[in-house]
Design a protein around this ligand. Structure first.
Ligand code: ADP
Ligand code: MG
Length: 327
């Protein structure tokens, strides 16, 4: 049952990322609905074949917390990866639509991501490398699964050059050039959870009056509560200039340079679940332990499955299927 492009009928565009685009498609011979990711790769045929071979590992990744894999093929000049379609989309899309996500749901997200990461690492020695809300998917059955993990070293190498703007969930040690470990994924999880609970990307000027941040142009969040002040002429010019250099991050019409953000992550204290008292103490503590800046102090996903907040989330009776039906 080899997958062929001719058997796939395009239904709908699901989104676009740095590496390519994702479409909802129907596999006509079987009637299966799939998500087809199209990755443009500037590499020799031999490298493409190597990537395809490496991607086959995904056939062996069987977990309730990991998107299932239907197959991959080359469709020159692209590589197409066909995976399970998640009808409620990614968590970034969900919070941008409905606002901050209930902390009980965020707890279930933490549990699912930790389970997925632990499975990938314990069973396959795979480190995810790209945990962020757009790679955490949700469906109307109430399932939460992760996608887009780094199975193929060659694929990572081939698209590395085009990845400029997605480093925002990157841990301090990674920014400083250290090796990737499972603990880097834990950092990214911490940032993602704050983003979901607050309904905005956590690195922004609105939460701080630190004068070092005076150069920040504004929040990166599209869902920032309250109206934004209009941009001054100078800010607009600056924004244009940054954009033309190709180093700006964008969201909700406000930008800040990626270098500023990376410096901030390395030099300043990590973001937290704030304001104090709004969220359960255990949730605050969990996020704090994900965001320890020293990776030696940060725990592994497997270890964090034993954290009280995660244990609580495991037994929490919140009905995710019912929640899914509300949007
Ligand atoms: P990114 O993850 O950086 O947003 P991608 O190209 O990986 O970029 O994905 C683009 C969008 O497609 C995602 O934000 C997500 O909303 C959607 N998407 C990806 N995979 C699936 C899937 N399996 N089911 C449903 N939607 C998906
Ligand atoms: Mg993705």
């Amino acid at each position: 049952h080899d997958l062929r492009n001719e058997d796939l009928k395009d239904m709908q565009e699901l989104g676009q990322g740095n590496g390519g685009s994702v479409k909802k498609v129907e596999h006509v011979p079987t009637g299966t609905i799939m998500a087809k990711k199209i990755v443009l790769i500037d590499a020799k045929p031999s490298v493409r074949k190597q990537i395809l071979r490496e991607l086959q590992i995904m056939h062996d990744c069987n977990s309730n917390y990991i998107i299932s894999f239907y197959g991959a093929f080359i469709s020159d000049p692209n590589i197409c990866i066909c995976m399970e379609y998640m009808d409620k989309g990614s968590l970034d899309g969900i919070y941008k639509k409905i606002g901050p996500i209930d902390i009980e749901v965020v707890g279930k997200v933490a549990l699912a991501v930790l389970e997925g990461l632990t499975y990938l690492y314990d069973v396959h020695r795979i480190i995810h490398r790209d945990i962020k809300p757009s790679n955490i998917l949700f469906n109307s059955k109430g399932q939460i699964k992760i996608c887009d993990f780094g199975v193929s070293g060659e694929l990572i190498n081939s698209i590395a050059d085009t990845f400029v703007g997605t480093s925002t969930y990157m841990s301090p040690e990674r920014i400083q050039g250290a090796q990737y470990t499972v603990k880097s994924d834990v950092w990214s999880l911490g940032i993602s959870l704050i983003e979901l609970a607050l309904g905005r990307f956590p690195f922004s000027d609105s939460s701080s009056d630190d004068s070092d941040l005076s150069d920040f142009e504004g929040t990166l969040s599209p869902a920032r509560p309250g109206p934004l002040p209009p941009l001054t002429r100078a800010q607009k010019d600056k924004k244009k200039k940054r954009k033309s250099r190709g180093v700006s991050l964008q969201g909700g019409g406000m930008t800040m340079s990626i270098l500023e953000l990376l410096q901030h992550i390395v030099n300043e204290s990590a973001p937290r679940l704030t304001p104090e008292g709004r969220f359960p103490k255990e949730a605050e503590d969990f996020v704090d332990s994900c965001l320890l800046k020293n990776p030696d102090e940060r725990r592994t996903p497997k270890d964090l499955l034993k954290h009280p907040w995660v244990e609580h989330s495991r037994t929490a009776t919140i009905d995710l299927e019912a929640w899914a039906s509300t949007f």
